[in-house]
Design a protein around this ligand. Structure first.
Ligand SMILES: Nc1ncnc2c1ncn2[C@@H]1O[C@H](COP(=O)(O)OP(=O)(O)OP(=O)(O)O)[C@@H](O)[C@H]1O
Length: 311
């Protein structure tokens, strides 16, 4: 549990070079405690390298990073005690039961037996595996194994959870189950979640997003702000009198409104927020309103030239 308003992750000029390749160029990132932070980028952008440095598996070539209050280069053991990590490839032991996987992880972290038992049961319950805890992991589905990995990463009560593509390869139902559990965790324990993903709906679920390309940060903000920044929403209206409605919108709001054969078309920065104000102003009858927003895929395409779905 972290104090509200505190910083969970802070990097300044963080850099990693592999031989002649600069994988991460001077990254400046600040993630608040309790945030769900999405780290997006095309293949090879430097996401895994960044997670590797933040989780102390890779030594930075330059710059600084502090995670859960400890410096990754100077106090890596402290960082490790305070974080949980779920990697792209499953790493739970298939021969052991779900409960045993959690138990051994807790013991490895020096937790007392009694606490480990109670915590393992409660986490199995949290991730919806209470009735399968005594079955070997080899008998689990992909989604169940993923949820077990999240539970295991949480055993030692980390303050920051790193998830590298936590739901890749899962069906939509398992993905939404994993997400539901992550939301519950955020609400219950205030754990900071830092994740990479290629799924739009997962990115939408984040409080804030950073987009990385070629080792550099190219955009960051809330999903809403990022979408608003790349262009206006389009508001379509069907009215009793499209011409006079379009004129009235232009005069009253100074927006680009046009009467078309399909109705009135208006460009507005925050369409959904503007429509109530519009309705309060209009004297003509409105029969329908549609607001079309730029998607996060549009944001990704705008900043990286590639689609998030097909990086
Ligand atoms: N061990 C390594 N040795 C040399 N180059 C590496 C190594 N690991 C990564 N790189 C290079 O560093 C850059 C960043 O790779 P990284 O794996 O961090 O990207 P990523 O955004 O996580 O990509 P993906 O979405 O494919 O996992 C790439 O150019 C990659 O080829």
């Amino acid at each position: 549990m972290s104090a509200p308003g505190s910083t969970a992750i802070r990097t300044r000029g963080l850099r990693r070079v592999y031989g002649g390749t600069v994988a991460v160029h001077g990254l400046d990132l600040t993630v608040a405690a309790g945030e769900k932070f999405g780290f997006l980028g095309p293949n090879g952008a430097g996401k895994s390298t960044t997670i590797g440095m933040l989780s102390t598996l890779l030594r930075p070539s330059g710059g600084r990073a502090a995670v859960a209050g400890a410096d990754v280069a100077h106090r890596p053991d402290e960082v490790r005690r305070r974080i949980g990590v779920v990697f792209q490839d499953p790493s739970t032991d298939r021969e052991l039961t779900g409960w045993q996987n959690l138990y051994f992880h807790g013991r490895l972290h020096g937790m007392p037996r009694r606490e480990v038992r109670a915590r393992a049961r409660s986490l199995l319950d949290l991730v919806g595996l209470a009735d399968r805890g005594d079955a070997p992991v080899g008998s689990y589905s992909g989604g169940m194994r993923r949820r077990l990995e999240v539970a295991r990463a949480l055993m030692h009560r980390p303050r920051v959870l790193f998830l590298d593509e936590p739901t890749t390869g899962l069906d939509p139902q398992s993905r939404s189950q994993v997400w539901q559990k992550l939301h519950e965790l955020g609400r219950r324990d205030g754990v900071t979640v830092f994740l990479t993903t290629h799924y739009l709906e997962e990115a939408e679920n984040c409080d804030r997003i950073a987009v990385m390309d070629h080792g550099r940060l190219v955009a960051q903000g809330t999903p809403h702000a990022l979408k608003s920044a790349i262009g206006a929403d389009v508001v379509h209206l069907r009215t009793d009198d499209d011409r006079s409605t379009a004129r009235s919108i232009r005069e009253r709001f100074g927006l680009d409104a046009e009467a078309t054969p399909e109705g009135v078309r208006v460009g507005a920065a925050d369409g959904a927020g503007w429509v109530p104000r519009l309705c309060a102003h209009l004297t003509t009858g409105v029969t329908s309103v549609t607001v079309t927003r730029p998607s996060l895929d549009d944001v990704f395409l705008h900043h990286t030239g590639r689609s998030l779905r097909n990086p």
